[in-house]
Design a protein. Structure first.
Length: 403
């Protein structure tokens, strides 16, 4: 998951000191990567003996790098080793089309504080980033943390992002947010590194690290919300593509003579299954509705709303099938607001995927509802901040490792 470290130990390579240091690093890395492990699991994850693990854990507890918590797993009590709270916190931020969510978490992946705030439609970058910065500082104060305890921020945006610059890579998708190094601007305000990423990509990362795609090396996350997108995790790593637009299934053309999309192309999937299209379809029969109304009524059993969501599922499924044929993932996880309708959306989506994808009887493709719901994107931002921050064996943090 992380690039191998350069050994900066001045002692002779292979000496007792450098070996012990290498083992400590290996152990801290494993604890961080999995959020928390028992000593037996740590031995399995690092290849070290349980005796060595026990000795190193004692040293690391004394140094304040790790701590232990008693947990109960299937009725059995176990001591889990986690990175100590004093090492620091990370923040996950999701800027949606209509809301802002900020979550503070520690390195054991425990959420310590979170808050949501509505945003006006077509919100602008300057006010948006001001709100993000204020909310993060406010949450830090609430948990009694100093600003320098914040080690990294992950930011989820509803647009394709070039991860090298932290800029939106397709103009016009998030109006008013083009041409700005969003990561740099926020990083300056908070005096901490900020990692910017597309929200569907982060949903994919979250479901892989904490949710329904846990244990799957290759997975697709589909985000059916106001817009439609997908994120890819290949070989346990986020696959962004060259310019950060991998998985943009919302902008796959499905009706060549269809309406012009906000991306400038014509007849994109999003012009058929995006919120604007779905609400328009219901206007005559149901009057003006919001996407939340449609979801609530579909869950309650309203036939018109169910039909609109189900048809969207089938259209999205056909696009996902093309993507799945190209990359052969182990599972497709469906998230975004529309997935709150469960099988109303996912049933037809699964059927369309399985009808169009190359059949594989040995390892059939699974299509499942996400476990993290609408928290997937913000938890993905937390995962990105955690993956981008390395913890050294003395408990200090090092930023800049690629997820
Ligand atoms: Zn488009």
């Amino acid at each position: 998951m992380y690039p191998s470290r350069v050994n900066t130990d001045r002692s002779t390579p292979g000496s007792q000191t450098s070996l012990r240091e290498a083992n400590r690093l290996r152990l801290v890395d494993a604890v961080k990567r999995f959020g928390g492990l028992t000593q037996v699991e740590l031995a399995a994850a690092t290849g070290l003996s349980t005796a060595t693990v026990s000795t190193i854990v004692k040293e690391l507890i004394a140094a304040g790098v790790v701590e232990t918590h008693t947990t109960s797993r299937s009725g059995r009590r176990a001591q889990k080793v986690t990175i100590a709270r004093r090492v620091g916190l990370v923040a996950g931020v999701q800027v949606g089309h209509r809301h802002l969510q900020v979550t503070l978490a520690d390195f054991s992946r425990t959420v310590v504080a979170e808050q949501q705030m509505p945003l006006p439609a077509e919100h602008r970058l300057d006010t948006g980033l001001d709100r993000v910065a204020l909310l993060i500082v406010d949450l830090l104060e609430r948990v009694g943390a100093q600003t320098d305890e914040l080690l990294a921020v992950g930011l989820a945006l509803p647009a394709p992002v070039d991860s090298a610059t932290g800029m939106i890579s397709v103009r016009g998708v998030l109006r008013g947010w083009d041409d700005t190094h969003i990561g740099q601007v926020l990083s300056k305000r908070l005096a901490t590194p900020v990692f910017v990423e597309n929200d569907a990509n982060l949903g994919a990362l979250a479901e892989h690290d904490f949710g329904a795609a846990r244990g799957a090396r290759d997975s697709i996350f589909v985000r059916a919300s106001y817009g439609t997108g997908a994120g890819l995790v290949l070989g346990d790593h986020l696959h962004r593509g060259y310019a950060g637009t991998a998985g943009e299934i919302g902008h796959v053309q499905i009706t060549p003579d269809g309406p012009i999309c906000r991306c400038g192309n014509r007849g994109c999937l999003e012009t058929v299954v995006g919120a604007t299209a779905l609400l328009e379809m219901l206007r005559t029969s149901h009057g003006p509705l919001t996407l939340r109304d449609v979801i609530a009524q579909a869950i309650e059993g309203d036939p018109g709303c169910r039909r609109v969501v189900a048809d969207a599922g089938a259209r999205i499924g056909a696009a996902v099938a093309t993507l799945a044929t190209g990359i052969n993932p182990q599972c497709v996880v469906v998230g975004g607001e529309l997935a709150e309708t469960g099988e109303v959306l996912v049933g037809p989506l699964r059927e369309a995927v399985l009808r169009h994808v190359v059949p594989n009887t040995l390892a059939p493709l699974e299509v499942v509802v996400g476990e993290l719901g609408t928290r997937a994107e913000v938890m993905g931002a937390v995962a990105l901040a955690l993956r981008s921050t390395d913890v050294a064996s003395d408990g200090s943090a090092v930023q800049g490792f690629a997820p």
